[in-house]
Design a protein around this ligand. Structure first.
Ligand code: 3IO
Length: 337
């Protein structure tokens, strides 16, 4: 009787094993902003594609909204293996990503699609040292940054002395425009705006809807300022432990994921603006042509400051800027401006 039970248990166990591929493995993927935001939407898309393309050998368990790692401990958390995969906004660690920061200079990106594809191609070409401790599995950027504010900002002069949230390079942009920059990761920003610690924020417009900033910030100013670059990074030991065919699936997905995310992001900016007008009657201001060109002149010296930083890090800033121009022109020809 006892032998029979053991035999039965063994058979059931074996059947359980056979019902899934041998290499079946679950990877954790941490993200810092709320599930409704674009970085998390692209995370779900990546997870689904990897599951599909590995025929279920890899399952990705996603953790949006800082439920596994926060913006501030994402990089370390992935390096130490608290999560297999994590999404970082390079702007949150000024100084750590001199190569990536080239993309958030005022180099004239007009869409997330062109900037995301350019970022990925730049990464592939340069394999920058700043990502040596991790495996980069995807990259993308936000759409160009614009101002969302609790007070109307119709001219450059209206920016003077205004406390505005930005991160990394975008804080330097704010300083050049005479505003008072306040740096913090995105998840901390709603409370800062709500409490009046800042009067508004500088980032892409889709958060008006995805984080409901439109409720507090009724005044928008179109500025076409730089994008925020992101990277999706994997723990090195996790990467090394994956079968070659799984690694290939992940590598083959990267460019397509940059393109998918950029396109989704650009379309979603328009959706969010329409929704915010309908829901909260937000106002959207364009700067005068004179102010627009004065603004671009005011931020241009940031490129020179970045060149110094890049050279200190052993990079060749002239070559990097030239390649960005080339990839950007190619992307604009392929996807439109
Ligand atoms: C961003 C970050 C998290 C969620 C939505 C977002 N839209 C634009 C960004 C860019 C960014 O990293 C930031 O902090 O503004």
């Amino acid at each position: 009787m006892r032998t029979l039970a053991v035999l039965l248990a063994t058979l059931l166990f074996a059947a359980g094993l056979a019902s899934q591929p041998l290499a079946a493995r679950t990877l954790s993927y941490a993200n810092f902003p709320p599930a409704s935001t674009v970085p998390c939407v692209q995370m779900e898309r990546w997870a689904e594609e990897v599951q599909k393309r590995t025929n279920g050998a890899i399952t990705v368990k996603t953790y949006p909204g800082s439920t596994l790692l926060t913006a501030r401990n994402m990089l370390r958390g992935v390096q130490t293996g608290q999560a297999d995969i994590g999404c970082i906004s390079m702007s949150y660690q000024p100084g750590a990503f001199p190569f990536s920061f080239a993309l958030s200079q005022p180099v004239g990106f007009t869409s997330a699609t062109t900037a995301s594809v350019t970022l990925w191609k730049m990464f592939e070409k340069y394999k920058p040292q700043e990502f040596e401790a991790v495996k980069v599995v995807a990259m993308f950027t936000s759409a160009p940054s614009n101002l969302m504010s609790r007070v109307p900002v119709k001219t450059l002069d209206d920016m003077k002395g205004l406390e505005i949230r930005g991160a990394g390079n975008l804080s330097d942009v704010l300083a050049r425009l005479g505003a008072v920059p306040v740096s913090m990761p995105m998840p901390e920003t709603p409370e800062a705006v709500q409490k009046g610690v800042v009067k508004g924020l500088l980032t892409s417009f889709e958060v008006l809807k995805d984080m409901n900033f439109a409720e507090m910030c009724r005044y928008q100013t179109v500025m076409n300022l730089p994008v925020y670059p992101f990277a999706v990074i994997m723990n090195k030991r996790t990467w090394d432990s994956l079968p070659k065919d799984v690694q290939k699936v992940i590598d083959d997905l990267a460019l397509e994921q940059a393109e998918w995310t950029g396109k989704y992001w650009d379309a979603h900016v328009q959706t969010a603006l329409d929704w915010s007008k309908e829901t909260y009657g937000i106002e959207v201001y364009d700067l005068s042509e004179a102010d627009q060109s004065a603004m671009m002149q005011a931020v241009a010296p940031l490129i020179d400051a970045w060149k110094v930083e890049a050279r200190t890090a052993g990079l060749d800033p002239e070559a990097i800027l030239k390649d960005i121009e080339t990839f950007k022109a190619e992307a604009e020809a392929a996807y439109g401006k």
